[in-house]
Design a binder for this molecule. Structure first.
Ligand SMILES: Nc1nc2c(c(=O)[nH]1)N[C@H]1C(S)=C(S)[C@@H](COP(=O)(O)OP(=O)(O)OC[C@H]3O[C@@H](n4cnc5c(=O)[nH]c(N)nc54)[C@H](O)[C@@H]3O)O[C@H]1N2
Ligand SMILES: Nc1nc2c(c(=O)[nH]1)N[C@H]1C(S)=C(S)[C@@H](COP(=O)(O)OP(=O)(O)OC[C@H]3O[C@@H](n4cnc5c(=O)[nH]c(N)nc54)[C@H](O)[C@@H]3O)O[C@H]1N2
Ligand SMILES: [Mo]
Length: 763
């Protein structure tokens, strides 16, 4: 079938970026009715006196004075600074049952929430409630629990350090470590895998390192859409002749060619820059085998070189001084069979060796990775293989070299730093106890998957959500939606309405908060909050827009309101004082974490902020041995296809027009999809093998689900250049295919990027 007849899908040949990106900003502003306000607002994104862009966690260049253009940052800002409002009248006009029939796009497009609301079972509606009453009801539900572990304190990664710190104080003061957070669905394999390797679960590079790298390895991320400001960095690197090797089963346009909207010449002449010097397409989940193959080749060449008296391939001095475990890794790799590595990675040995050769010839290498790496069954161990590869040639802790996990939410890293963590360290808890004078709970809490299971069993009774769209982001709506409906009370701190708010057990509260872009005035005046980006830079963020409604409270004021109501006015924590002046919260953060945040308030008053200490950047390894560790690949769990050749693996991704569960629009420009999201990309031979072709209506079924209920129906098959056996489709529409128990054993991160499915003609 020709692309013309297949409505809404065509080939996208132009470079990413360029005029299309500029045009899209205009549309986003118009669509959200933010043309005038929005334009002014945008100029303050990521400026020293402005707010931190809520779009992503990529750092800001130190020396920018001009506005850094980013289409998707503009969309995120426009979506928050919209003039649309979801008022009490909207809730009066529609029952919850009715709202549940709306699409995810329609729900959020209703606009900003304006007043606190409580669910009323008799009318099946959300009705207005006073703030005091809302806090009192939350406190009552918490205090009525038999045990603090019956509460779940979920957080999404947009909350500031101050809000997140107060939130974990609330939960621990209450007596639980149940802090499931979006990180559990995102970069948890980084937080779990990296500490065993290098002592810290964070990236080691700074933005300046990219100026000094002569090779960048890019695994499983799509920066043209999800970290657009990174494109400027990649483009600069490509232009100065640095190599960029991309490993991605899908051909992502921005990683092939990019035209910078900030470059007048490229814009005027319709030229662009080639990004990837070489593009490899491994199979889904094939990255660990591919990296193992590269290391196997490097070690074999090193042995040959030494025997022949040539310069070595590996950095033996670094390995001897800084690492443990090399011999065990080398022995393990020597025992690996090339045929097996080729099959598991989906790449021929020749390509793996070619990549290894390029790596061996580079002097300074940065390795970047995203969700394509972390959302798999053995992801924590795969992350450790990436580190092994860098350690072999001392590519960590020196200029132009290191590991660069691309974080998702703009403050997801900061939230973890200040204590939103279900597995806190003893050091953190005893510091909390010392500062606040109460005993924090020691028992580790629930991840997202564990929280859902506990809610399902009826063990967890109260759910608090500091932002996010928990139930839609999570796997397995069949179980997750039912688990939400099992609760006594759910309390949602949110800017916009979403489906999670509509999945109600006995009761629900909707508490509307200020967004990043808005002025936050408290008793002592205008407040700033702080955030930490992907490269451990902490800086202030100040909103400038008038609040979407006079009834909004800051996240900090809401968390403190719940705290005061729960623990009473005589509580040793002076919740009101913390709301009055956020400097006081920062003083407490610095008291609990003095090594990271000493002089916090002074440091954030310096434009650009400060970098937290990152030991691996200085070749200091805070592992028990004091060394960095080579770790062999630990395969846990069965083959997701369970040996069934009929089963395909599906990866679930973001389109260019969404922010996680927030669907801005129906287009995915760089993948050539327009006006729709109900598509699945497949290899034409996998379609043909099932009697299907491009454009056919298909159903996808979870491969090993006896119930037959985990399915998506009547999607359209699109033939694309991706490896045999692999499919790709959009998240969250396909989350119904992800089984709750299918996750990385160590981190609990769902295997969203290798979902075993069956594909057949639509019934
Ligand atoms: N505009 C916008 N910005 C965002 C977000 C958003 O939704 N919209 N989300 C934010 C968040 S929370 C996050 S975590 C990040 C996500 O940013 P990304 O990590 O880029 O997320 P995905 O869209 O899931 O894309 C994953 C990429 O990995 C590839 N991939 C899939 N499976 C595999 C695999 O097995 N191996 C390899 N090598 N590659 C694979 C896919 O083809 C795709 O290019 O972006 C953040 N920024
Ligand atoms: N199949 C599949 N599932 C996935 C993924 C995938 O790649 N594939 N990715 C996973 C990843 S990486 C992540 S991070 C999760 C995302 O999971 P979440 O972080 O839970 O989801 P979001 O869609 O980012 O949350 C959007 C909601 O946040 C609220 N919000 C927005 N701004 C603010 C604010 O400033 N304050 C407050 N309080 N609320 C605000 C709005 O109400 C909005 O509806 O999804 C995961 N789920
Ligand atoms: Mo994420």
């Amino acid at each position: 079938m020709s692309d013309k007849r297949k409505r809404g899908v065509r080939k996208y040949d132009a470079p990413a970026g360029g005029w299309g990106a500029l045009k899209a900003v205009g549309h986003a502003l118009q669509d959200q009715h933010t043309v005038v306000e929005g334009g002014r607002t945008l100029l303050h994104a990521n400026q020293p006196d402005g707010f931190d862009c809520p779009g992503c966690a990529w750092p800001d260049p130190k020396h920018t004075s001009s506005f850094e253009f980013c289409e998707n940052g503009a969309k995120a800002v426009a979506w928050e600074a919209t003039s649309k409002r979801a008022t009490p009248e909207l809730f009066a006009a529609h029952t919850v049952t009715e709202l549940l029939t709306w699409s995810d796009h329609q729900l959020e497009d209703a606009g900003r929430l304006t007043a606190p609301m409580a669910f009323d079972r008799a009318t099946d509606r959300y009705l207005p409630i006073s703030w005091d009453e809302a806090f009192a009801r939350t406190a009552q539900a918490l205090n009525a629990l038999d045990h603090p572990d019956q509460a779940e304190f979920y957080a999404s990664g947009r909350a500031s350090n101050e809000a997140a710190f107060l939130y974990q104080l609330l939960g621990r003061r209450f007596g639980t470590n149940n802090f499931p957070d979006c990180s559990n669905m995102c970069h948890e394999p980084t937080s779990v895998g990296l500490p065993d390797s290098i002592g810290l679960g964070k990236g080691s590079v700074t933005l300046e390192d990219f100026d000094h790298a002569d090779l960048i390895l890019s695994f499983g991320h799509n920066p043209g859409t999800n970290h657009p400001r990174m494109m400027a960095t990649l483009r600069d690197a490509a232009r100065r002749g640095a190599g960029i090797l991309v490993f991605n089963p899908l051909k992502e346009r921005a990683l092939e060619r990019f035209a910078s909207p900030q470059d007048p010449v490229e814009m005027a002449t319709f030229t662009s820059t080639e990004i990837a010097s070489r593009y490899y397409q491994p199979t889904l989940g094939g990255d660990a085998a591919l990296v193992q193959g590269m290391m196997k080749a490097l070690i074999a060449w090193d042995i040959e070189a030494l025997a022949a008296g040539r310069p070595p391939i590996l950095d033996h001095a670094f390995i001897a001084e800084h690492t443990l475990g090399f011999d065990a890794l080398a022995a393990d790799l020597a025992g690996q069979d090339w045929a097996n590595l080729e099959r598991t990675s989906g790449l021929p040995r020749s390509q793996i060796e070619e990549a290894a050769r390029t790596y061996a010839e580079a002097k300074a290498v940065i390795l970047c990775y995203g969700m394509g790496l972390t959302q798999h069954r053995n992801a924590s161990s795969t992350v450790q293989q990436l580190v092994n590869l860098l350690l072999l040639r001392g590519n960590i802790g020196r200029p132009g070299a290191g590991i660069c996990p691309l974080r998702g939410h703009s403050n997801v890293q900061g939230d973890r730093t200040v204590g939103v963590w279900e597995k806190p360290t003893e050091a953190f808890l005893s510091a909390m106890d010392g500062v606040f004078g109460f005993q924090s709970p020691r028992k580790h809490g629930h991840t997202v998957v564990e929280a859902i299971a506990a809610m399902e069993r009826g063990e967890s009774r109260v759910f608090l959500g500091l932002g996010g769209n928990f139930a839609v982001a999570a796997p397995d709506p069949l179980r997750t939606f039912a688990a939400m409906r099992n609760l006594k009370l759910s309390v949602h701190v949110a800017t916009k309405l979403n489906r999670t708010h509509l999945l109600i057990g006995d009761g629900a509260l909707l508490l509307p908060c200020l967004g990043r872009t808005e002025l936050d005035h408290q008793a002592t005046g205008r407040q700033a909050v702080t955030v930490e980006d992907s490269m451990s830079m902490v800086h202030a963020s100040r909103g400038l827009n008038p609040p979407a409604s006079p009834d909004l409270k800051s996240e900090i004021a809401i968390v403190a309101g719940i705290g005061k109501a729960t623990f009473g006015a005589t509580d040793p924590v002076d919740w009101d004082a913390l709301v009055a002046d956020y400097d006081r919260i920062r003083e407490l953060i610095a008291a609990v974490l003095p090594k990271l945040f000493a002089d916090y308030n002074a440091k954030i008053r310096v434009p650009g902020g400060f970098r937290l200490p990152v030991a691996p950047s200085d070749r200091v390894w805070t592992t028990p041995s004091g060394k960095a560790h080579f770790l062999t690949y630990a395969v846990t769990g069965a083959d997701p296809r369970q040996g069934d050749p009929e089963v395909l693996l599906l990866t679930t991704l973001r389109s260019h027009d969404q922010y996680n569960t927030t669907i801005y629009g129906q287009d995915d420009r760089y993948r050539g999809v327009f006006g729709r999201r109900d598509v699945v990309f497949a290899h034409k031979d996998d379609l043909a093998a099932r009697g299907l072709k491009d454009g056919d209506a298909i159903d996808l079924l979870a491969a090993f689900d006896a119930s037959g209920e985990r399915a998506v129906r009547r999607f359209t098959a699109i033939a694309r250049d991706l490896p045999r056996g692999c499919l790709a489709a959009y998240y969250p529409e396909t989350n119904g295919l992800v089984v709750l128990d299918d996750h990385d054993q160590r981190s609990g991160t769902p295997a969203y990027k290798s979902v075993p499915v069956r594909l057949r003609a639509a019934l």
